[in-house]
Write a protein that binds this ligand. Structure first.
Ligand SMILES: Cc1cc2nc3c(=O)[nH]c(=O)nc-3n(C[C@H](O)[C@H](O)[C@H](O)COP(=O)(O)OP(=O)(O)OC[C@H]3O[C@@H](n4cnc5c(N)ncnc54)[C@H](O)[C@@H]3O)c2cc1C
Ligand code: SF4
Length: 440
């Protein structure tokens, strides 16, 4: 092992070989049959179940849990997919502690909810592993819909449209489909190429043509799509990232966290990935936590997240924050960067403490400096509106006639995988009603 966590600079191979497989393996492996039955037996099968209301895709949770309890995992998986076709991924990445499991009556009564996410994974994994795709398309309608972006929103939209008998062309600018499922979600939440396997499974519905390497605005215009298709769905996510706006931001070693995470997700041999000895991550969301945790897992000696507001202002859930600190990440609240310092490459970051008052966030006189040979910026992503669509912070759900939008690029809802799936699915229903209404 040429390097260790103590080797100065940005270096690869800081850990012994087997450590990488351990660190980036499945964080929470799938339940076995017995464990699933024990977990399912804890459900009260509530009438007016609050867990359903808390799920952005409104999965009938008590029904699928009862189906698991009665030994019909196939039926359980179908119950899940009827509402959320990416139920396999959502079982892995949903912040259930803020959604269904937070609402579970057993959480209120005992502080220990029914393990809804893990039960969902048990059912969907079992049926996917058997290669079963339990949907058949309706008779072909002759209608054609263009879906731009093969992330969770675009994929959910495409599947629902294909189910209704429409022909769908999905255009994706990257080499691989999946959006942030493929390029963003933390590796240990979705190991073994699950994102790609799920897309492959989803496409088994038929009627969906996937075109990768095709970019709206470069290879095709919105006007072309509007004239050649019966409807267009935009699920283009948030392509831009916010700048730090601090002097020194351009120094070597300062990088967007989402780029780093995308590279990490696409690198098979993680020991080849260079990482700093002292890493500083600026931001307070899931991206910040994922960049920080994975920096530690790559062997960085110290990793510090610095967030400009208090703990309750962080958009990463408490569960995610705890996971970060358990991995050895330090979190400093109420501090904002004022300068990135270094000669050629970053050496340190200077921060000012902050205070939130009636005039908003103010920088205080008190300063501190953190040693850093790598800095990740995770201070939010922004929409890059496609040419032909008015510039806005986020798109309206129906930005113009014949065009729908959903997922992270659209206003409303939280920027979560499950929300993107719900919006893609609902847009498909709206498109279906509109284009079929138009021919009746
Ligand atoms: C690092 C990170 C970690 C995350 N972790 C979690 C998590 O653990 N749990 C969770 O619920 N959520 C998580 N999220 C949020 C979640 O990934 C997103 O909310 C979700 O992926 C949004 O789906 P989407 O389809 O709207 O957009 P995206 O997943 O961003 O997909 C958009 C797709 O459109 C393509 N595209 C963009 N512009 C064009 C164009 N002009 N032409 C053609 N194609 C285009 C993009 O290449 C991309 O494939 C995370 C996000 C990040 C950044
Ligand atoms: S709230 Fe909890 S106990 Fe009630 S149906 Fe949902 S998962 Fe079961």
């Amino acid at each position: 092992m040429p390097n260790s966590p103590l080797t100065p600079g940005v270096q690869s191979g800081r850990l012994p070989g087997p450590a990488y497989a351990r660190n980036f393996g499945d964080l929470e492996p799938v339940l076995d049959r017995h464990e699933a039955h024990v977990a399912a037996d804890r459900c009260y099968f509530c009438h007016d179940a609050p867990c359903i209301t808390a799920c952005p895709t409104s999965i009938d949770i008590p029904l699928f849990i009862r189906q698991i309890a009665t030994g019909t995992a196939e039926a359980a998986a179908k119950t899940i997919w009827d509402q959320n076709i990416l139920g396999g991924m959502c079982a892995r990445v949903c912040p259930t502690e803020q959604l269904c499991e937070e609402a579970c009556v057993r959480e209120a009564a005992e502080g220990k909810p029914v393990e809804i996410g893990r039960l969902q994974r048990f059912a969907t994994d079992k049926v996917m592993a058997a290669g079963v795709h339990p949907y058949t398309r309706a008779a072909q309608t002759g209608m054609r819909v263009a879906v731009v972006g093969a992330g969770p929103a675009g994929l959910a939209c495409a599947h629902r449209l294909a189910l209704h008998g429409h022909d769908v062309v999905v255009m994706e600018r990257r080499k691989k489909p999946g959006g942030l499922n493929e390029y963003g979600i933390a590796t240990y939440k979705t190991p073994d190429d699950f994102a790609a396997k799920e897309v492959e499974w989803l496409l088994k519905i038929g009627g969906i043509t996937l075109q990768t390497g095709v970019e709206l605005g470069r290879d095709v215009t919105l006007e072309q799509l509007r004239s050649e298709y019966d409807a267009v769905f935009l699920g283009i996510g948030l392509g831009g990232v916010n700048a730090l706006r601090s002097p020194g931001e351009e120094l070597a070693g300062v990088r967007d966290a989402v780029d780093f995470i995308a590279e990490l997700r696409q690198t098979v041999d993680k020991s080849t990935l260079p990482i700093g000895r002292d890493v500083v991550v600026i931001g307070g969301g899931m991206t910040a936590v994922d960049a920080a945790v994975q920096s530690r897992l790559l062997g960085a000696e110290t990793v510090t997240i610095v967030y400009r507001r208090g703990q309750d202002g962080m958009s990463a859930s408490l569960h995610e924050q705890e996971h970060a600190t358990q991995t050895g990440v330090r979190i400093i609240h109420n501090a904002a960067p004022v300068a990135v310092v270094g000669a050629g490459a970053v050496e340190a970051v200077e921060f000012a403490y902050t205070q939130t008052g009636p005039d908003g966030l103010v920088l205080l006189e008190e300063r501190f400096t953190l040693k850093a040979d790598q800095v990740f910026k995770a201070i939010g992503q922004t929409l890059t509106p496609p040419p032909g669509v008015a510039a806005a912070k986020k798109l309206d759900g129906t930005p113009m006639a014949g065009v729908w939008a959903g997922g992270d690029c659209a206003a409303g809802g939280e920027d979560l995988t499950v929300t993107a799936v719900a919006e893609g699915r609902d847009a498909a229903e709206a498109i279906h009603a509109t284009i079929m209404g138009a021919v009746r």
